[in-house]
Design a protein around this ligand. Structure first.
Ligand code: NDP
Ligand code: BG6
Length: 491
């Protein structure tokens, strides 16, 4: 299946191949892996969706998608000639059992290669597709099924999906994608913590005051308003991406860099999260919705106008004060913040250390700022440690904060691959480390659900914020009530 040089023979079936995810992320990622020489000559890609489409038109659609979504300069005519020949299309309605016979004809059923079923369709189809694959005898031992987030919209629907998928495919054949785990800088969190002896001894409540995690986007809901309006920021970003980041920052060192060892530790963090219910939802969370404003100098409409639902109460911004009830983190809040139409696209984790216990510099006490480690996930991936330093010069001793900066772009000059490139190849390799295990997904929903119920019980609409601002003023109030401030100067 794999040669020693690291290239792979596989068939991938992309259900939902004409959709946004497939065209924007999956096909470009597969193309780039082909360009890197990781696809064996016989690797094949089958796009499947309902729309009847001649092969040539699907290939033209793929070419157009690559043109739009590949990084500048990444298109190569020779690679395209090879890649195009791998692409085929099958008109298939996932709800029609007879269509799976057409799929069976295309597949190589002898398992001489890996077969990947990538479900880039709405989550309500995950169970039915697996059932039909099973009924048609296509749940091959060499098959792997890839599920996109969101896995359901609450714990009951997540469990129903997991049960339906699990009835056909054993857990080791199921790969639940959270693309944040495929980002280089997110994986770097594990390197930072567990390949350096420096941080682990100070990684606890005795030295760390609090943690801030921000995933800010300047885009709105783009063409995904239909999905987003049913979902909102808590389900779309916090239940998965932000909680996964929190797990990587907070977990105990795993016994080995192995899938289940890492996932066991992440699960313990999720299980230790304090449940925020109806009583404290008003003080531990803020939800907002953008109204018309300006982002990057351009006027943009409000959310309700964008999704054409004047009455919508879906949140596009959320702050949650998360608390982990264990020995390492008791009393250390993790402030999670995410939103759309904020001033910048910027994701970062700020580890705020405690102030020095005793000041020996008379007159400089106001200048002494507690240390802060800033992990920039995107863009300008890197790490900076903010330290106090003496301002050069004779006379009195003056202090100023100065950063120790590590820029990944400067240090490692290779292109940062897109998360999907890494994740797709991990599916083919059968490495589940960067995928969510069933129990993690369900534990994350168990934590999110009482917040959703608390908001419902409260009955308040989300607070409005102007597009291009950092969210409603209540988000500032939430952290300032604790005597802290958001890290706004991101450098
Ligand atoms: P789109 O609506 O853009 O695409 C859906 C695709 O599914 C289309 O190709 C559509 O084609 C196909 N489809 C719909 N119904 C059927 C059917 N009955 N049988 C076969 N094919 C069908 O969705 P996205 O690409 O945005 O999202 C796909 C999945 O990925 C969703 O679960 C989404 O939540 C998830 N996701 C998407 C992200 C993104 O950035 N887009 C990010 C993270 C997750 P046709 O109508 O011709 O059948
Ligand atoms: C997706 C969400 O999972 O992540 C989107 O559904 C969001 O709403 C996207 O825009 C953000 O991903 P990235 O990689 O651009 O930070």
């Amino acid at each position: 299946m794999a040669n020693p040089g690291g290239s792979f023979s596989f068939d991938i079936v992309v259900f939902g191949a004409t959709g946004d995810l497939s065209l924007r992320k999956l096909l470009p990622a597969l193309f780039l892996r082909d360009a890197a020489g990781q696809l064996e000559p016989d690797a094949r890609i089958l796009g499947a969706a309902r729309q009847p489409l001649p092969q040539a038109e699907f290939r033209a659609l793929a070419a157009q998608a690559l043109d739009r979504h590949l990084p500048a300069g990444a298109f190569d005519k020779d690679v395209w000639a090879r890649f195009e020949a791998r692409l085929e299309y099958l008109a298939l309605d996932v709800e029609q059992p007879e269509d799976y016979a057409k799929l069976a004809k295309w597949l190589r059923l002898d398992c001489g290669q890996v077969t990947v079923y990538y479900l880039a369709v709405a989550p309500r189809f995950f169970g039915p597709i697996c059932r039909q694959l099973g009924a048609a005898g296509l749940n091959l031992p060499c098959a792997r099924v890839v599920l996109e987030k969101p896995i359901g919209k609450d714990s009951a629907s997540a469990k129903a999906i997991n049960d339906a998928v699990g009835a056909v495919f054993p857990e080791e054949q199921v790969f639940r994608i959270d693309h944040y785990l495929g980002k280089e800088t997110v994986q770097n969190l594990m390197a930072l913590r567990f390949a350096n002896s420096l941080f682990e001894p100070i990684w606890h409540r005795g030295v760390i005051d609090h943690v801030q995690m921000t995933v800010a986007e300047n885009i709105g809901v783009e063409k995904r308003g239909g999905y987003y309006d049913q979902s909102g920021a808590l389900r779309d970003m916090v239940q998965n991406h932000l909680l996964q980041l929190l797990c990587l920052v907070a977990m105990e060192p795993p016994v080995a860099f192995e899938a289940d060892a890492v996932r066991d530790e992440k699960l313990k963090v999720l299980q230790a999260l304090h449940r925020i219910g109806e009583r404290d939802v008003a003080i531990k969370t803020v939800r907002g919705q953008y109204s018309a404003g300006a982002v990057n100098g351009g006027a943009v409409p409000g959310y309700a106008e964008e999704v054409e639902r004047p009455e919508t109460s879906t949140e596009t911004f959320v702050v949650v004060k998360a608390e982990i009830e264990n020995w390492r983190w008791a009393g250390v809040p993790f402030y999670l913040r995410t939103g759309k139409r904020l001033p910048q696209r910027r994701s970062e984790i700020v580890i705020q250390f405690r102030p020095v216990p005793h000041l020996i510099f008379p007159g400089a006490s106001r200048d002494v700022v507690a240390n802060r480690l800033v992990i920039r996930l995107q863009p300008d991936e890197g790490i900076s440690l903010h330290m106090m330093a003496k301002v050069p010069g004779p006379g009195g001793l003056r202090l100023r904060q100065a950063p120790l900066n590590l820029s990944f772009a400067e240090t490692f000059q290779d292109r940062q691959p897109d998360a999907y490139e890494r994740l797709l190849m991990d599916v083919v390799r059968g490495n589940p480390m960067l995928f969510m295990r069933r129990d993690e997904v369900e534990a994350a929903w168990h934590w999110v659900e009482p917040i959703l119920a608390g908001w419902d019980a409260q009955g308040d609409a989300p607070k409005h914020y102007t597009a291009g601002s950092w969210g409603p003023s209540a988000a500032i109030g939430l952290i300032e009530r604790d005597g802290r401030t958001w890290h706004e100067d991101m450098r």
